[in-house]
Design a protein. Structure first.
Length: 170
């Protein structure tokens, strides 16, 4: 069924299992699966990051604006989110540690379509959750360190180049 399945997928059809151990093909015409997705170069930046949630009324803490590879502060009506190197986050701050960050090699024009989805889609298909941060010039995609090898494999499988990986020891 492999080659038949890929033929159906090229014309916007998706398979779904049925109760009788067969497959049902459904069409989703709004999705153009034949449209080319950009092939990108991503750089794995050094260090581990934390994603922190603070009270919406909190001041931006000094530790949040530390050194690279990346820090980001976003305030909404409901929270103050901080992304920064985990080594700067004080004990007791509510956060999720252990994130690694890919920088998409930009800059990208705002009119370019599908940049973030070209990375998010293969990661989602591989079961790798992401946290994305965008700037004026580019995007950053964070993945949990324990899923890094799977993420690299999924991205390379879609033709993306990955820079900054540590050399493998033989």
């Amino acid at each position: 069924m492999g080659s038949a399945l890929s033929s159906y997928e090229r014309v916007s059809m998706r398979s779904e299992p049925s109760p009788e151990d067969a497959w049902i093909m459904k069409t989703y015409p709004s999705e153009d699966v034949t449209a080319p997705r950009p092939v990108l170069t991503l750089t794995l930046l050094e260090g581990r990051l934390a994603v922190c949630r603070l009270d919406a009324a909190s001041e931006v803490p000094a530790w949040a604006t530390g050194a690279p590879p990346l820090f980001s502060v976003t305030r909404t009506a409901g929270e103050l989110s901080v992304v920064c190197p985990e080594k700067f986050v004080p004990e007791g701050v509510g956060c999720e540690r252990g994130w690694r960050v890919f920088e998409l090699e930009g800059p990208f024009e705002f009119s370019e379509v599908g940049i973030l989805s070209a990375v998010a889609a293969p990661l989602a298909e591989a079961g790798v959750g992401i946290f994305a941060v965008s700037t004026f010039d580019t995007d950053y995609v964070l993945v949990k360190e324990e899923r890094l090898d799977l993420a690299v494999s999924a991205l390379r499988g879609r033709g993306h180049g990955i820079l900054g990986l540590p050399a493998k020891e033989d």
